[in-house]
Write a protein that binds this ligand. Structure first.
Ligand code: TXA
Ligand code: MG
Length: 324
């Protein structure tokens, strides 16, 4: 439980103060183009430990390290494998997380003891300015309690984490709305470990065929790929587009596009025009609102399974799996 409110500062004018908090070992929630991150100095094991505590995150769930600039990667990790360099050059700054060997400078708590590290350069000017001002790499998972909905607004962070975080930078709603795509490109063929805001099709165009393996390993190395994750507090079911007679007053409906939706207690339309990018940007915000609408169950309609739609369906399946 949280006991108070964190300091909320504007994402532009609050950067110097937030950077000082990071340098002093504190926690700063900040906007990225995907979701809000809960940041700490990635070189400071004690600071990183506070992230796990604030999120009630199991210690086996490794963090993503964020850099201000792609040019900072070799300085941190040394030689960069060719496949990693290709994707970094093409997609950074952007919603792509890459796997590299963990450098000695990064304490093992950040990677949960793995000898690999997840790293990305966010495509959000205030995030990059914050990291640059802090002068250290910033470890940041999504700024929500473990297993719950990801935050796409500063208000979601404050409601979920309260004063477990020292400062929240408020940059308004995030642009992509869904987490980064995680790719291990160290080998011959890139392996997608988590579907996300960068569509698989874009990876294929840049790097040729890829293997998509989100969560198939069942290993605890990528809990963002646990079967049950990203869950609202209200039970969520995937599928049916009509409320059954008699229960319509209690059900919420998450629709992909504009459609007749009589009989539901609450309806959220992700994109009236059926645009997947818009739908991704609104996904978690819509689920947060349905969660607060007092319905007993949320019924979510799957979206077309192409582009970022694959990541949306992935999140909906994992949210539903919590309850079934
Ligand atoms: O868009 C994003 O990626 C956001 C923003 C804040 O950057 N961050 C985010 O972090 O989604 P988080 O902690 O919610 O998810 C990170 C995922 C976890 O599922 C974690 O297990 C996986 O990345 N991960 C971290 N290090 C890894 C590694 N070395 N190998 C495989 N998976 C790793
Ligand atoms: Mg997360």
């Amino acid at each position: 439980m949280t006991t108070g409110a964190p300091r909320v500062l504007p994402a532009d004018s609050g950067i110097a103060e937030a950077a000082a908090v990071l340098r002093a070992g504190g926690l700063v929630a900040f906007p990225t183009e995907t979701v809000y991150g809960l940041g700490a100095n990635a070189l400071d094991g004690r600071a990183a430990a506070r992230i796990f505590e604030a999120k009630a995150r199991p210690s086996f769930d490794p963090l993503i390290t964020h850099l201000a600039d792609a040019a900072d990667l070799p300085a941190l990790v040394g030689a960069v494998p060719a496949g990693v360099a290709t994707l970094a050059e093409r997609f950074w700054p952007g919603p792509l997380t890459l796997i590299v060997d963990r450098p000695a400078a990064i304490p093992s708590i950040v990677t949960s003891g793995l000898d690999t590290m997840a790293v990305r350069v966010p495509d959000e000017p205030s995030a990059r300015a914050l990291i640059a001002a802090a002068g250290v790499p910033v470890a940041a998972p999504s700024a929500n309690r473990f297993g719950q909905l990801s935050p796409t607004r500063a208000e979601h962070v404050v409601a979920g984490l309260g004063d477990a975080v020292d400062v929240v930078l408020d940059g308004g709603p995030t642009r992509c709305g869904i987490e980064s795509t995680i790719v291990d490109a160290r080998g011959v063929q890139p392996v997608v470990l988590r579907l996300g805001a960068l569509p698989v099709e874009a990876l294929v165009e840049a790097a040729g065929p890829v293997i998509v393996r989100p969560g198939s390993s069942g290993q605890p190395v990528a809990p963002g790929t646990l079967a049950a994750h990203y869950a609202p507090r209200t039970p969520l079911t995937l599928g049916a587009a009509e409320p059954a007679p008699g229960d319509g007053n209690r059900l919420g409906f998450l629709a992909f596009r504009e459609r007749p939706a009589d009989g539901w207690a609450a309806v959220e339309v992700l994109s009236p025009e059926g645009d997947l990018t818009v739908a991704a940007a609104r996904l978690f915000d819509a689920l947060h609102r349905l969660d607060a609408a007092g319905v007993t169950e949320i019924v979510a309609e799957p979206v077309p399974d192409v582009g970022v739609g694959r990541a949306i369906n992935d999140r909906l399946r994992r949210a539903a799996a919590t309850w079934h």
